[in-house]
Design a protein around this ligand. Structure first.
Ligand code: BES
Ligand code: MN
Ligand code: MN
Length: 455
């Protein structure tokens, strides 16, 4: 039977099995869900076993387990290592979901659920593509799976796991589906991802919250000060003002920028989708460049003082913010964090104390287009979409990709099937049924081409 026929005949089951996975609230950030995260790991392992994988185990770490499984067909064949994550972002605020985040629902040809796209739906495409290749005797490469449960909280234990399991994880390529297409009729492959530096800041003023009438005007207000400090981190051209921030930023050649300029983009659709009346960003760059090749600094959350019902006249003792910086080649996460810390402390006015606490980070990556893995992925997509994919850059981060290169000396190909409009990390996350099955169809083609291109 052909792979297409097999997929067609098992369509309903491929969907219902994904729904079972989506029902498990595997939120890695919230310890209240620890049991569910583990349950999800077990469910993924069971699906791998049923699909025909050997040596399936939950690899215990200091955090959540990594699901490992493999099928070694022939030591002479190339080996593909599939990486993905079964953990998801928190679903809050739940009241903004049209249907509950862990009750997958189909509307308009899309599966609505937390993790539908990021990354359970895309991981499960690989499980079902593997089953399809096993059942149709078309598995053309050896395959290894490494599905982790801590991606959304920084993959803190995966580095150690890779370092201590180099032989087990040995592969010719790492294949990841955790990114997006430009559009369903415009397939693309991300050849770059941004890095990340994430910090939390705390500004402390007076010992306790004060009466804002009795003391207001005479004592530094930490929230006012924090806002002024944050505002000063960008200039009028929306450049970041931290000294040294751009020192290592790789200039993108005019030719490469012209390539990016060929990507179809409708500013009007973009604005409409986001319900904004204007785009906004660094002077001198297009929207695609702003999210693809330029670094950024964004406040992710800010709090302090009185935020309950009604008014309370108070001059707060403390103010806080969480700040993320997206990095591009060749910026280094730890260096940027340090530059931020030094600068932020230096701009604090007398009257407050500032504390900067670094969180997780990650390095940016660039993957070559003139490589066998890229060519195999492009050939696979050409076959199933009917058009050649475009090489583009993803604005998000998958810090583990740089780590794979460092620890395993293995290159990654990012063959993702989501859409930027899938609302990952947002309420009403969804994944197109078209995209799910397009992935299941395309993955076996990747294996076929990758085997054929390897001598
Ligand atoms: N799958 C995303 C990353 C992504 C999304 C890359 C879209 C390219 C396009 C991943 O799960 C993610 O959310 N990563 C985090 C980083 C992590 C350290 C928490 C991110 O980008 O914020
Ligand atoms: Mn993801
Ligand atoms: Mn994510």
């Amino acid at each position: 039977m052909s792979t297409l026929n097999y997929i067609e005949q098992n369509k309903d089951r491929f969907l219902s099995e994904l729904f079972d996975i989506l029902r498990i609230p595997s939120i890695s950030a919230d310890s209240a869900y620890a049991g569910d995260v583990r349950k999800c790991a077990e469910a993924v392992a069971e699906h791998l076993r049923k699909a025909g994988a050997d040596n399936v185990v939950l690899e215990e770490t200091a955090g959540y387990p990594i699901v490992y499984g493999e099928k070694i067909v022939d030591a002479n064949l190339p080996t593909v290592l599939i990486y993905g994550h079964y953990d998801v972002q928190p679903s809050v605020p739940d009241e903004l979901w049209e249907t509950p985040p862990f009750e997958p629902t189909v509307r308009d040809g899309k599966i609505y659920a937390r993790g539908a796209c990021d990354d359970k739906g895309q991981v499960f495409m690989h499980v079902k593509a593997f089953e399809t290749m096993m059942q149709t005797q078309t598995l053309a490469c050896n395959i290894k799976f490494m599905i982790e449960g801590e991606e959304e909280v920084g993959s803190n234990n995966l580095g150690t796991y890779c370092r201590t399991h180099k032989d087990k994880l040995a592969a010719d390529v790492i294949l990841i589906s955790d990114t997006a297409l430009i559009a369903n009729d415009c397939p693309s492959i991300d050849v770059g991802l941004r890095g990340l530096s994430y910090v939390e800041v705390e500004v402390t003023g007076p010992r306790i919250d004060l009466h804002s009438g009795v003391y207001g005007g005479a004592v530094a207000n930490p929230i006012n000060v924090l806002c002024t400090m944050i505002a000063s981190l960008h200039d009028e051209n929306r450049h970041i003002t931290i000294p040294g921030f751009y020192d290592k930023v790789a200039e993108v050649s005019a030719a490469d920028r012209a390539e990016l300029g060929r990507i179809p983009f409708s500013e009007e659709e973009y604005r409409k989708h986001l319900d904004i009346d204007a785009i906004y960003g660094e002077k001198g760059f297009t929207t695609i460049e702003r999210t693809g090749i330029r670094p950024t600094l964004d406040v992710n959350g800010i709090w302090g003082g009185y935020i309950g019902e009604g008014a309370k006249t108070v001059l707060p003792s403390k103010a806080y913010a969480k700040i993320s910086m997206r990095l591009v080649p060749n910026q280094i996460s730890d260096e940027i964090t340090e530059l931020f810390q030094k600068h932020f402390e230096s701009i604090a006015p007398a009257g407050v104390r500032v504390k900067v606490t670094p969180h997780h980070g990650g390095e940016p990556v660039l993957t070559p287009t003139d490589s066998i893995p890229y060519k195999a992925a492009a050939a696979a997509m050409k076959e199933t979409f009917g058009v050649e994919p475009i090489a583009t850059r993803g604005g998000g981060s998958i810090p583990i990709v740089a780590l794979f290169e460092k620890e395993l000396k293995t290159k990654t190909v990012l063959m993702g099937f989501g859409l930027d409009s899938d609302a990952i990390h947002s309420p009403n996350e969804h994944y197109g049924i078209f995209n799910y099955f397009k992935g299941i169809e395309t993955i076996p083609q990747f294996f076929k081409h990758f085997a054929a291109m390897n001598p």
